[in-house]
Design a protein. Sequence first.
Length: 125
Amino acid sequence: MAFKLIVVKGVKMFILKNSKSYIAKTNFSKKEPQIFDLLQLSRKEREYRSLCIRTMRKFNDWKKSKGTAADPLLNFYSQVEGTLLRRQAQDAILFYRLIKKDRMRAFNDYINKLPAVATAAGVMR
């Protein structure tokens, strides 16, 4: 995976190059979506959601524990650590949102391609 550096409102962050939806690029809707594909995407989304939560907790713990040390070198290393933790959290959130978007698109395609069943009450999927 290739990343590129962007600056948004003075904050530097890395994003995936060509970060548009993978499913949109591969035109997943022309393929027949399978339930196992949806399950795999769901597991991947859950995995990255927990990664997001862990990285955000690490960053928040760092913010709570950072202090002003007498040694300027320790302050510098503390700031670098904070920057790295923040970037890790941003990248994890970006990747989680990308996976979630793809899973929702695949799920909608799967539901739309299911055959409709006629009942007395009307059309039901």
